[in-house]
Write a protein that binds this ligand. Structure first.
Ligand SMILES: *Cc1c(COP(=O)(O)O)cnc(C)c1O
Length: 342
């Protein structure tokens, strides 16, 4: 695969914005290059546009080299940038599984890019040949999400690998929920597959949805493209600091993951004896998809009681389903008590 052939022509030719901090790197005592206010340290200075200190720390935790990491304003940013880099509006298209995370479709619509779907099978899984069948000469990106939202299961990694081998475009695997999963991340396969992009986030296991920090892992060539087209200072200093703090306390994140996976088991077990529950789907994420009687009624009645779950009744293959996030033991208990009343 030659990346230049996949890129949009305007992006390939783009001369990126050169900011003051791109031209000078290192330590100095007098900074008069960026029209900053000399007062109000440390917030007066522009942040590192490429967030190297943060990437070094992430590298140690994720075992991905800093040059293979892109950081953005949530996963939303790399999702949008991938469209902008590779998909010519009204010409190119992408293929995604159905059902899955809603942002791939919204971002396709914003960028005026065709969005083709492949319905998951009855195990909510993929077959590589069916995914490839949905592509044509204008397909630039295939979107996978594993563990998948809203179904909760991992996609078969062998089928994903077949797609990575067969498809001559970008294959994205969104691993937002990988920390809760039994399965390995694809992050150690970047050398094997130059068309692989992995998305991870600080919004779930790291308990940091508010700071808006998403990660993309990919070849240095793909990371270079994302860096070239991003806003120069896309990750602000407050976010970078808070993320460094989280990374220094990685044991805290591990402890949360342990509690939440234990609570997930408890919740799954308890749900089995809830009369209104018809089916509980297997999950490798911090949520569970359950099929219930009178879905819309139960959803609205729970809202009335101040308990908010996600109604997935109108989503393909999720007829009658609610998506329930694993909460604290107390929150899960309150939910179960109410559910038992239906
Ligand atoms: C929650 C979630 C994300 C996180 O998005 P951020 O923009 O990083 O908060 C990404 N992908 C999936 C599938 C999700 O469910």
């Amino acid at each position: 695969m030659k990346l230049d052939d996949l890129l949009r022509e305007n992006i390939r030719k783009l001369q990126p914005y050169s900011c003051a901090r791109d031209e000078f790197k290192g330590e100095a005592s007098v900074y008069l290059d960026a029209n900053e206010n000399p007062y109000n340290a440390p917030y007066n200075r522009y942040p590192d546009p490429l967030q190297w200190e943060l990437k070094e720390k992430i590298s140690k935790v994720k075992h991905v080299a800093p040059e293979n990491i892109f950081l953005g304003n949530g996963s939303d940013e790399p999702i949008d940038l991938l469209y902008r880099a590779f998909c010519e509006p009204r010409v190119d298209n992408v293929v995604a599984i159905e059902p899955t995370y809603g942002m791939y479709k919204v971002s396709a619509a914003i960028n005026d890019v065709g969005y083709r779907t492949v319905l998951l099978n009855e195990d909510f899984d993929i077959e590589a040949y069916r995914v490839i069948d949905a592509t044509n000469a204008y397909t630039k990106i295939i979107w996978f999400c594993s563990p998948n939202n809203p179904t909760g299961n991992n996609l078969n990694p062998e089928e994903i690998e077949k797609v990575l081998t067969w498809f001559r475009g970008i294959v994205v695997i969104d691993e937002a929920y990988i920390d809760f999963s039994q399965h390995e991340s694809f992050s150690q396969m970047l050398e094997k597959y130059s068309n692989l992009v992995i998305l991870q986030t600080f919004s779930k296991a790291w308990g940091s949805a508010a700071i808006r920090l998403g990660m993309a892992f990919a070849s240095t060539e793909i990371i270079g493209v994302l860096n070239k087209i991003k806003y120069p200072y896309n990750v602000n200093v407050l976010t970078q600091k808070q993320a460094l703090h989280a990374l220094e306390n990685v044991d805290q994140t591990k402890a949360w993951v342990k509690v939440l996976t234990e609570q997930r088991s408890t919740l799954l077990n308890e749900l089995k004896s809830v009369p209104a529950v018809q089916h509980i789907y297997p999950t490798d994420a911090n949520f569970v998809l359950v099929k219930v009687n009178d879905t819309n009624f139960i959803y609205k009645d729970l809202v009335r009681k101040g308990i908010i779950v996600r109604n997935r009744n109108n989503v393909s293959l999720c007829l009658g389903c609610l998506r329930i996030t694993v909460g604290t033991p107390e929150e899960n208990k309150i939910l179960l008590e109410e559910l038992r009343k239906y």
